[in-house]
Write a protein that binds this ligand. Structure first.
Ligand code: AMP
Length: 179
């Protein structure tokens, strides 16, 4: 298994969810057992010796691999969810999306100052979602924050945007946004 093979197997769905968007569909690669295992291992390898205590997944597709990654590196899993989905006391961050504001939440007691956190999402596009997740986690005063994604959409400068905000994001593969 290679990253190149994986890249080739990500399905591009043109004009979803609306005209002009090239949707990168990961259901094709998570359905393949070898590719699923490969992704878990490759994502985990970069973080095995960093003392990570919690992997935070961003709803929705960040929930697919984050728990597998957490188990692989011996960490717990914490969800960041959309507004009004978490049952206990939460804190939140709102950020600009394409159409208006979006709000994400995390349980207030989900992380503590001793935690070393890895935030995971499936795709890094503009970086807006990842930055909002980082801001949310920062509010809980954790020791250190890492960020990773399966796919970086090249051409949208998400990594540069995050770097300007003090976050080094790592992605398993880069795919041209219009590829
Ligand atoms: P952004 O906040 O712009 O970095 O967008 C990242 C979020 O939107 C991720 O949670 C992705 O799942 C989703 N996303 C953005 N662009 C795409 C795309 N072309 N294909 C699939 N998902 C996308």
């Amino acid at each position: 298994m290679t990253i190149e093979q994986l890249k080739q197997d990500v399905r591009n769905v043109p004009d979803f969810p609306k005209k002009g968007i090239q949707f990168k569909d990961i259901t094709t690669i998570i359905a393949n057992p070898e590719e699923l295992r490969f992704m878990r291992e490759e994502l985990a390898n970069a973080y095995r010796n960093k003392g990570i205590t919690k992997v935070v997944g961003i709803e929705s597709r960040g929930f697919i691999l984050a728990p597998a990654l957490a188990m692989e590196i011996g960490a717990g899993f914490v969800p960041i969810r959309k507004h009004n989905k978490l049952p206990a006391e939460t804190i939140e961050v709102s950020y600009e999306k394409e159409y208006g504001l979006d709000t994400i939440q995390i349980h207030k007691d989900a992380l503590s100052p001793d935690d070393v956190v890895l935030i995971h999402d499936d795709i890094l596009a503009t970086g807006g979602s990842m930055l909002a997740a980082v801001e949310l986690v920062r509010k809980l005063g954790v020791k250190k924050i890492y960020a990773n994604c399966l796919i970086e959409l090249i051409g949208l400068n998400g990594k540069e945007f995050l770097a300007k905000n003090g976050i080094e994001a790592e992605c398993l593969m880069g795919i041209e946004v219009d590829e």
